[in-house]
Design a protein around this ligand. Structure first.
Ligand code: GCW
Length: 684
């Protein structure tokens, strides 16, 4: 009875509107597939399953064109088999597709046309999405191309079955240091990912421990190959996270110096070996010189040396090196006020612009710190015109409520992607850096850390499925409105009930702001329990080595990152942004404490003081969390009880936990500042 939760947005519920069923059946009774490949096979299977479930028919599948009503699958290479069909494949890119309904006197056909087979599969998923949302199909003329070339998911799964920052059970890939036998589950995951256009996946944690180091050896490569072939059938390339010190760990050499000829040779042979197993292997994802992971620094080499050495090994096979920029000093002395963690990625990587090989991509977290509910956008975006860059988002809710709280991140991601870097003057948004259109990047795109595990509903909180769905859709097209994505998802997940749609949409769209209200204020971040990152602990990281401080004292709070009096971080932006953040007059309220240290009595643009803002938002946040729950309860009889109760439980936990946040934050700042709440509400 967890079927609906498990199927997520691919439920293909039986349609009960008889007229609509009849109309859809017109095309759905015949599927004609001109192309033939494993990817086309997946499209065919998906259509077959979905159409039988939704319409209660058994479509006839054939491999030639008959003069009947039908759905036709074809890629560009089969175009010659389609006489008289007038379509222009130049309008779409490699992964693009067209969906066209062509009706003549005799019959009507829906064409699913891709430049390549993957496009046909995306077209099939698109058609099914339309049907799940009860759209008309008689005049379709859809032309779609993904804006981003790499649309990637990063699993942080360890082979013991645990998932770093995973909040939805254990790994679906591994258990007890071996690969899982439940390949069906991996296939269902591939279907979910492919349905929203994901085309790449790295299947192990970027922190590569002992056992996982062996993923690139002949002992485990056969299993990796099996997983890769599941994903391949859905147009998804498989990548591995590697241990930078593999040359040492795997026993052959005593160095990992990227300029050492033996090290180079070792990786070249390693690449050959991997590609013998997996001819379309995607490449390596690398966390090096970061949080105690090995890297080129040990040998006095830089990141370009490290990445290029691997890139040379993969180059003959078309493989990529995705090199993460999450590099900073994680052993900082809190007394040291000159080091600023936010500066680190830019300081390390910007000077290396132009030195990376063509098949290296730098993967940059959206912010300079670490996936906080609110932080500035990383100044590295747009700052390296000669180096491929891609975005890293976090779908798993490490700092945003860990899938116990509702926090829908699509609005946050949109804001980040729309942020104007000014890299090429006004109108240079981040999305045009990472889609490769601003600078001539050979490779680019968007990656995100997954939020799934083996929980029956994949994501712990069922509503957190919307984050995975939204990530894929937004990565396909960053110009999609949050509302559009949200409604698509709700329709497919909860059906067509208008009240359900309205309420869940409101809940999702407001949830990020609500979470921000009752947690850490005005962009300062952290204030969480160390290590777990769940629950309030204002000084949890204040005297630690991690470089994440708020500097609250009895007068004020915030991190001075200005050039004038602070760490100089603001200078890492292009001029317009430097000026905006540098000045208290123009720095946006929501990032005030990220950029400035101010007295509690400082007046925000909103008109209230910092301290009053903290009190107000924390009281509001709890009320809003309560409203989330109340909205949900209006849907009691409209949602299956298992899903209803499950989500209700989480919303209840969110309410009580938001009170914990409110009271701890408010009390802390009341005690620090001695300033009373203007409205005299209860502060302890
Ligand atoms: O935020 C930190 C997380 C680590 C993670 C690291 C990273 C995989 O707390 O768990 O390690 O970021 O992104 O490398």
């Amino acid at each position: 009875n967890h079927k609906e939760s498990y199927a997520a947005w691919l439920q293909y519920k039986k349609i009960d509107d008889a007229a609509l069923v009849k109309e859809y059946q017109k095309w759905a009774s015949n599927i004609e597939s001109l192309a033939d490949s494993i990817v086309i096979q997946s499209a065919q299977n998906e259509l077959n399953t979905a159409l039988s479930l939704m319409l209660d028919i058994q479509p006839k599948i054939s491999s030639d064109i008959k003069p009947v009503n039908s759905i036709v699958l074809a890629s560009m290479k089969e175009l010659n088999l389609l006489d008289k069909l007038d379509v222009d494949f130049d309008q779409i890119n490699e992964d693009g597709y067209m969906i066209k309904t062509v009706t003549s006197d005799e019959n009507s056909t829906i064409y699913l046309l891709g430049k390549r087979d993957a496009g046909v599969l995306y077209a099939a998923f698109h058609l099914l999405r339309l049907m799940q949302n009860r759209e008309k199909l008689d005049h379709l003329n859809i032309v779609e191309s993904p804006k981003n070339q790499l649309r990637m998911i990063n699993q942080w799964d360890n082979m013991d079955g645990s998932i770093e920052r995973g909040y939805a059970g254990k790994s679906i890939f591994y258990k007890d240091d071996v690969f899982s036998e439940e390949l069906n589950r991996i296939q269902d995951y591939a279907r979910l990912l492919s349905s929203v256009g994901i085309n790449a996946i790295s299947i192990n944690n970027v922190n590569v421990h002992q056992v996982e180091t062996n993923l690139i050896t002949s002992s485990l490569l056969p299993k990796v190959t099996e997983v890769a072939s599941i994903f391949r059938a859905y147009g998804i390339k498989t990548f591995l996270s590697i241990n930078y010190a593999s040359t040492i760990q795997l026993g052959d050499l005593d160095t990992a110096d990227p300029l050492d000829p033996e090290v180079k040779e070792w990786w070249k042979n390693k690449a050959k070996e991997i590609y013998r197993f997996i001819p379309d292997f995607g490449g390596f994802l690398v966390k090096a010189d970061s949080e105690h992971r090995p890297g080129p620094f040990t040998y006095n080499r830089n990141h370009a040396d490290g990445a290029n050495m691997l890139a040379e090994a993969l180059e003959p096979f078309g493989g990529l090196v995705i090199w993460r920029c999450f590099v900073y000093n994680c052993l900082q002395d809190w007394r040291d006020r000159s080091t600023d963690r936010a500066r680190a990625a830019y300081d390390h990587f910007k000077p290396l612009d132009g030195q990376f090989h063509e098949n290296v991509i730098l993967q940059i977290k959206n912010g300079p710190m670490d996936f906080q509910v609110r932080e500035a956008v990383s100044p590295l975006f747009g700052a390296m015109p000669q180096t491929n860059q891609m975005m890293e988002f976090q779908v798993t809710q490490e700092y945003t409520g860990q899938q116990r709280h509702l926090c829908y991140l699509v609005p946050q991601w949109k804001e980040i992607l729309d942020f104007d870097t000014y890299a090429n003057g006004e109108g240079s948004p981040v999305k045009q850096v990472v889609d490769g259109s601003m600078f001539p990047y050979r490779y680019s795109g968007i990656a995100a850390v997954s939020n799934i595990g083996n929980d029956y509903n994949w994501t712990g909180h069922t509503l957190a499925q919307a984050n995975l769905y939204g990530f894929g859709r937004l990565t396909w097209n960053p110009d999609l409105e949050a509302e559009t994505i949200t409604n698509e998802w709700i329709g497919q997940t909860f059906g067509q009930d208008e009240l359900v749609n309205e309420q869940i949409s409101q809940m999702l769209l407001k949830s990020w702001e609500i979470y921000e209200h009752y947690t850490s204020p005005l962009g300062v971040g952290w204030m969480v329990n160390p290590h777990y990152h769940y629950g309030p602990n204002v000084d949890g990281y204040e005297y630690s080595v991690w470089g994440t401080y708020h500097f609250a004292d009895c007068h004020g709070i915030g991190v001075d990152r200005t050039v004038q009096t602070g760490t100089g971080y603001t200078a890492q932006y292009f001029k317009e942004n430097t000026e905006m953040y540098e000045s208290l007059d123009t720095c946006p309220d929501e990032l005030l404490l990220f950029f400035h240290h101010v007295p509690y009595t400082h007046k925000l643009k909103s008109g209230v003081t910092v301290i009053q803002h903290i009190y107000n938002t924390h009281f509001e946040g709890v009320q809003e969390a309560e409203e989330l729950k109340e909205r949900w309860t209006t849907l009691k009889d409209r949602i299956n009880s298992e899903r209803y109760e499950d989500i209700l439980n989480r919303l209840e936990e969110q309410v009580s936990h938001s009170k914990e946040w409110r009271d701890i934050i408010n009390t802390y700042f009341y005690r620090k500042s001695g300033i009373a709440d203007e409205q005299n509400r209860k502060i302890y």
